[in-house]
Design a protein around this ligand. Sequence first.
Ligand code: CTP
Ligand code: CA
Length: 224
Amino acid sequence: ITDEKPDGVLAGLRVLITAGPTREALDPVRFLTNRSSGKMGFALAAACQAAGAQVELIAGPVNLPTPIGVRRYNVESAQQMLDKANERVGKAQILIATAAVADYRPRAVQDDKIKKSSDSIALELEKTPDILGELSRRETHLFTVGFAAETRELERYARAKMQRKNLDMICANEVGPGQGFDVDENALLVFWPGGQQQLGPRHKRALAGELVDLIATRYATGDE
Ligand code: CTP
Ligand code: CA
């Protein structure tokens, strides 16, 4: 009989990850969404699992296989993602929010399919809940990692976001044509309150492994 100890930089830790886009319904057959592929979140789930963590993955609609050993929950809307995150966050030590959550949703969801009539119509939108922001403010024990896709002023916007959402770390990437969304390569500029590090550019899978190492280091180091 061997006393099997899990090894890896996240051994014994529980990690909750959000990934993919959300879908915000307009009517029974239509929704608002975005171009997120979910690849970074799924790659991170696999990398955390490989690093010895118990991983739960809350995924919006994406066309990706569940990494082996990872427990996956499928959701559609931002509200469903928040509800599931609230349900699963209790035992987690680390939350990694890679999801590209829709910022707005239609104020009213029509029960019947919207018919074509006028030449133009206006959609009234309301803000969705901030999943990461809510959890990180409420669950003060959690080590929280956010993502920020920006088209300009990467460091300024990312650091502001980290402060506003009370995060331990934020991973910023520049997005634009062929960059960040729906591609296999990515580069991240990772910020935490006392420092920063550039990761990549490289394949999202390799990048995920490096990011997991950095998260483990920062988690172990804590605030200085
Ligand atoms: N996020 C979230 N819930 C939301 C919006 C964002 O959990 N409703 C998370 C994302 O998963 C990401 C981080 O917050 O980890 C930052 O997302 P981002 O869209 O960059 O920030 P926003 O606060 O939505 O600000 P903006 O889109 O205006 O830049
Ligand atoms: Ca947003």
